[in-house]
Ligand binder design. Structure first.
Ligand code: FPP
Length: 247
């Protein structure tokens, strides 16, 4: 697609506040939030995005009340059951990254099954970050490299290759809903050159239309990756090119 945004990552924030504003328990916001996840996966696919990475549960979220943590686990389980057919039909390649050891066994089984079924699909690369932290992923990458290559100096390419899902590549656009302007330990390596978009919209109110609007507006920004603007030296005289004769 012409917008050039290949990898979108989203921090889905604001569920709790959205529910509290409506005098409902925080979990109610997560329930609404999970229906938005389904819509946004479809919308990203429709927009021709190649990879969508969603922050579903951070390593810091373990400090929340166990009732809320349990509800988030159940929502993940329900999502997998509900969306399986659609993911398969749309050839979505699904992965969960993070430390899933504390998830219930039946959820781990569902994840493993879906990951196996979809691993060779060429469609949208959908990644859920669950019990995930960016620093944790970097430590994992480095340890995995060191174990395989004892004594060898590590390069940027090596770190990239040992990330939890290296094939999704760098993030082009990082969106955070809910009004906060923080990165919160999300995909620290992958967002090095990402365009950042912070929207006040709380996640349960986020829509396919807002995603499209953000992608369109960000695709108009000039991304320089540390270089100069494309037109920077157009009006400057060109330096004389001297030919050097080597005797
Ligand atoms: C942040 O909102 C959101 C989370 C901690 C979890 C994100 C989870 C979902 C969107 C629903 C789960 C769905 C699936 C499919 C796994 P917050 O609770 O921190 O909101 P607040 O900042 O208003 O308190």
């Amino acid at each position: 697609m012409s917008h050039g945004i290949k990898h979108v990552a989203i921090i889905m924030d604001g569920n709790g506040r959205w529910a509290n504003q409506r005098l409902r328990p925080r979990v109610w916001g997560h329930v609404r939030g999970s229906t938005v996840v389904s819509d946004i996966v479809q919308a990203a696919d429709d927009l021709g995005v190649e990879a969508l990475t969603l922050y579903a549960f951070s390593t810091e979220n373990w400090s929340r009340p166990s009732q809320e943590v349990g509800a988030l686990f159940r929502l993940l389980h329900k999502f997998l059951l509900k969306e399986r057919k659609r993911l398969l039909a749309n050839k979505v390649s699904f992965r969960v990254i993070g430390n899933t050891t504390r998830l219930p066994q039946d959820t781990k089984d569902l994840i493993a099954k879906l990951e196996t079924e979809t691993k060779d699909f060429a469609g949208l690369k959908l990644t859920f970050c669950f019990s995930y932290g960016g620093r944790m992923e970097l430590v994992h990458a480095m340890n995995s490299f060191i174990t395989a290559n004892p004594g060898k100096e590590i390069t940027e390419e090596d770190v990239q290759d040992h990330l939890m899902r290296p094939e999704t590549g760098d993030v082009d656009l990082l969106i955070r809903t809910g009004g906060e302007q923080r990165v919160s330990n999300f995909l620290l390596w992958q967002i090095a050159y990402a365009e950042l978009c912070f929207t006040p919209t709380k996640w349960p109110d986020f829509t396919a239309r807002e995603l499209k609007r953000i992608v369109e507006s960000v695709s108009k920004r000039e991304r320089r990756f540390g270089g100069l603007p494309a037109a920077a030296d157009k009006n400057l005289p060109r330096p004389e090119v001297q030919s050097i004769h080597v005797q």
